[in-house]
Design a protein. Structure first.
Lengths: 304, 608
């Protein structure tokens, strides 16, 4: 065989590197868990994990931190994944938050996200004593993520200190921690949004239908379209839901996720649209507009 | 991006088919704030259409002048924005018609060698900037040296700010020649020079009309075409097992990423450390079996025979063995504020093995000003040194120049778990055969059977340095009373101290006892009779002068005789040069204790 054939395309190289990362973390930590947000990045990460341990099952459970305000489509999709999973899917809800009646309407996106998402995640990690949590974050998502390590160290309060991260060289990852500390592992660090979509397409990975354009009932808020997903949606005065052909670039809690008008109803069309309209992926996520450098603040507090 | 743009619009599936075949190139960009590195990276991102409209709008708004400040595109964390400098490696991504790129963007200041090494460890190309106005500074040589040490095969030198030197060919040629003088002493496969202006855009993404005398490629043109796949080692098969996949009794697969070389179904293999041989039965992946696997692929290998193999073991080929050794030399880059401690045991992580090891010898250090070797006065943050490692178990290593995967390791502090150093193995001597390999595997640990707790670690634990406080004086002078009063006082202040009192033993045994307690990091107080000067000389010789505090209890002789008329004091030789003298007939005992405490503090005996 010629050496020219011994060349990996960049996507296969990323795939091989991600598998190496997942295996390494699974081998080195006592009690890892894979964060599963139901989004496209999680779906790709899950496929990579299946590849890493095939034909065996995943050697760790999945964890879905449920804010109770996700899109109904996401819950339906999650249940399908769970039914087909050779392993456990842990669903965690911050019951304290529910008891306090925390919701995205009355409390503002920051407070709501802190309690239902960030606190919920910390609770779940602490409760099950997970020492490693895989996350689907990518470095190209946001400027503050550009310096994130693949093995990202968190102290016993789940806090991330940008000044106290370990140097990371070659593909030799330091997984040594003390009891109570934990590490977030990001196997998709070097993937771009385009890579993720391309992989979804090539590997025929099912994703939540919300990523594809369809007529949906929406209202306009802060220059973006919000889906009227269930009867908990509070309409402001004068707001009337209208049918628009929209899709979502990122998925989260429906009252905080903005949709874009689109005709893209297949993966290649989504990619085409993405490449032709270059605007930042997180633009549709309302939580980022709260304050300057807000993602970095959230990360320090323990958000992914 | 322009050709691709049409394709994206007209035939997205054709574009995706093309994109999926793109190769990956990783490069590290190095330079200081003033070299214009951020501007260069910003320029590449902007000119290749990788910048989103809303990002550009933000940059325009934040720019001081009318022209957008492209350096702002790569600006990162809040802390840095405040300081105005890059303090950590930032990774950025872009793609052109030819390749996908990962940039490790590293700061160029001398104190950030650590970051450059991190970014350089995985790079195929190093991109270095030189300010045309200043010529080749030592800093540029330093960056090239580190890039070479980390085994980056290709070096691209951008002579930047040519616009401020009127695009002068003479300036460019002089700088290139000057740099080459140094560059040819390094280990790069090739070195390329580019006359650029990142600000204006000359020769960055497209050719420039301002440099008609330059007919080479643009920086991006070079990055798109420099051949890198051949840089991987396809000769020496190394397969460090990461994970054993065993879903049921019938399946046993060894999962790993092929570090180097090629393996095919049916190939003979040998497993280390068992030395057992077998054949490859299958190379499995989720997507089906492969006929062969090569460097960079993550696969799962099954063998013909049932051999016991676990994580940390290495599968290789019988005719091509790595060096199996517990003791080897390496270049290390120290990455932590706490300096190297040659007495201490660290953890070394090499491929999938983690072993206890000691860096017990520093051969030399690299002077980062002259880049010449010099004797080491200790290895501190950002120092580069050549050292010897002695490991508890054998590692399966190759020379870093031949194999970046099996020639590299990290050093982890056992106490803090921090990554404190990066290492590149430097092997000498001939290859081993399997008999020599097996002998090494069954040998004892290369770490000497001695304590792995260093004096510094003890000091940190106890907040004090171990010491012997030796009280000398006539019988009846009050030595023992003072000893116990001092012990109480030290204890009350949170120190760890004890009075050693096996009275009746010979003096040699008592000095041995004092030494053991001092080595353990404790403060011990001794009041044994030691009338002769030579006895006290032996004491300092054995315990060490800097760890002995001599206290002369110079109580009035007549008073002592009165107290202890039974003891003959004629053989007493007073110390000539005690550290402290106290006379217990002239001061209260707590005053004497305070004097001694004062002296201990002044000697730096305590942490704080």
């Amino acid at each position: 065989m010629q050496t020219s054939e011994r060349k990996l395309s960049q996507l296969r190289q990323l795939e091989a590197e991600s598998i190496q990362i997942i295996r390494e973390a699974a081998a080195e930590f006592d009690n890892p868990v894979m964060m599963y947000s139901v989004g496209k990045d999680s779906s790709v990460m899950l496929r990579l994990a299946e590849k890493a341990f095939a034909p065996g099952p995943l050697p760790f459970p999945l964890l879905h931190v449920d804010t109770t305000w996700k899109f109904q489509d996401m819950y339906r999709y999650r249940d399908i994944i769970e039914a087909n999973l050779k392993g456990e899917l842990i669903k965690h809800v911050n019951e304290d938050g529910v008891a306090m009646g925390i919701n995205p309407f009355d409390f503002g996106s920051k407070k709501y996200t802190d309690v239902m998402k960030t606190e919920g995640l910390k609770q779940a990690l602490t409760k099950h004593e997970f020492d490693c949590a895989f996350g689907g974050a990518r470095r190209d998502e946001e400027k503050s993520r550009a310096k994130e390590r693949i093995f990202s160290f968190r102290d016993s309060h789940h806090q991330w200190d940008p000044k106290n991260q370990r140097p990371e060289l070659w593909n030799v990852y330091n997984a040594k921690i003390k009891k109570g500390e934990n590490v977030r592992v990001f196997p998709l660090s070097n993937w771009t949004e385009l890579d993720v979509w391309l992989y979804v397409w090539l590997e025929d990975i099912p994703v939540v239908p919300l990523y594809f354009a369809k007529e949906r009932p929406v209202v306009e808020r802060s220059g973006t379209w919000i889906l009227v997903d269930d009867d908990r949606m509070r309409l402001e005065e004068g707001e009337e839901p209208q049918m628009k052909k929209v899709r979502f670039r990122t998925l989260g809690c429906y009252p905080l996720s903005g949709a874009v008008e689109s005709d893209a109803d297949t993966v290649p069309k989504v990619i085409q649209e993405m490449l032709l309209n270059r605007f930042s992926e997180r633009q549709g996520r309302l939580i980022d507009f709260d304050e300057e450098g807000s993602m970095e603040v959230k990360k320090r507090e323990g958000y992914f | 991006m322009t050709d691709d743009k049409d394709l994206i619009r007209d035939d997205i599936e054709a574009y995706l088919a093309k994109y999926r075949k793109k190769e990956l190139l990783r490069f590290v960009s190095v330079g200081s704030v003033d070299d214009g590195k951020s501007t260069l990276i910003g320029r590449i991102l902007y000119d290749t259409g990788m910048v989103f409209e809303d990002q550009m709008a933000a940059v325009r708004a934040a720019s001081q002048s009318e022209e957008p400040d492209l350096a702002l595109l790569t600006d990162g964390l809040k802390a840095e924005r405040e300081q105005g400098i890059t303090i950590d490696v930032a990774y950025r991504y872009f793609a052109t018609d030819e390749r996908k790129f990962i940039i490790a963007d590293t700061p160029g200041h001398i104190q950030y060698t650590r970051n450059m090494v991190t970014g350089a460890s995985t790079a195929d190309v190093a991109l270095i900037l030189i300010d045309a106005r200043h010529g080749v500074l030592q800093q540029s040589r330093r960056h090239a040296y580190i890039a070479s040490l980390l085994g980056i095969p290709h070096l691209a030198v951008c002579v930047n700010k040519m616009d401020l030197k009127d695009y002068s060919q003479e300036v460019y040629d002089a700088i290139s020649a000057d740099f080459m003088e140094f560059g040819k002493t390094l280990r790069f496969k090739d070195i390329q020079f580019f006359p650029v202006s990142a600000l204006v855009g000359d020769n960055v993404v497209s050719d420039s009309e301002n440099t008609p005398w330059y007919d080479g490629p643009s920086v991006l043109g070079y990055l798109e075409t420099v051949p890198v796949f051949a840089d991987r080692n396809f000769d020496d098969f190394r397969y460090p097992v990461q994970y054993v996949i065993r879903p049921d009794l019938d399946y046993r697969g060894f999962a790993a990423e092929v570090s180097s070389g090629v393996i095919a179904k049916g190939d003979d293999i040998v497993a280390l450390p068992s030395g057992k041989e077998s054949k490859v039965k299958a190379i499995d992946t989720y997507d089906g079996e492969l006929e062969e696997a090569f460097a960079g692929q993550s696969v799962t290998i099954r063998l013909e025979d049932e051999i016991d193999i676990s994580r940390g073991d290495m599968i290789v080929k019988p005719g091509n063995l790595p060096r199996v050794t517990r003791r080897f030399d390496a270049h290390i880059v120290w990455m932590h504020e706490r300096p190297l401690d040659t007495e201490k045991a660290y953890l070394v992580k090499h491929t999938t093995q983690t072993v206890r090891a000691q860096i017990d010898k520093i051969h030399l250090e690299v002077d980062m000003d002259t880049l010449e070797e010099k004797p080491s006065d200790g290895v501190e943050l950002n120092d580069i040194a050549k050292v010897r490692l002695s490991c508890h178990r054998a590692l399966y290593v190759d020379d870093y120049e031949k194999n970046r995967e099996t020639g590299s390791f990290i050093v982890i502090d056992t106490l803090t778990n921090n990554t404190v150093a990066a290492g590149m193995i430097a092997l000498e001597g001939s290859d081993q055969n399997i008999a020599e390999v097996m002998k090494e595997l069954h040998a004892e640990s290369a770490m000497e059977p001695k304590t792995f707790v260093s004096p510094n670690e003890r000091m940190e634990r106890f907040g004090q340095r171990g010491a012997t406080i030796w009280l000398t004086g006539l019988a009846g002078s009050g030595r023992w009373t003072l000893a116990y009063a001092l012990e109480r006082k030290l204890f009350d202040e949170g120190r760890t101290a004890t009075v050693v009192s096996p009275v009746g033993e010979d003096l040699r045994s008592m000095i041995s006892a004092a030494k053991a307690v001092t080595d353990a990091g404790l403060i011990n107080i001794c009041a044994f009779p030691s009338p002769a000067r030579k006895d006290r000389d032996e004491l300092t010789a054995r315990i060490g002068e800097d760890r002995v505090i001599q206290v002369y209890v110079n109580t009035d002789e007549a008073l002592c005789r009165e107290r202890r008329p039974d003891v003959d004091t004629s053989n007493f030789e007073p110390p000539e040069d005690p550290d402290i003298t106290v006379a217990l007939d002239q001061m209260r005992i707590d005053k004497a204790v305070e004097l001694i405490m004062q002296a201990l503090r002044e000697r730096g005996q305590f942490d704080a």
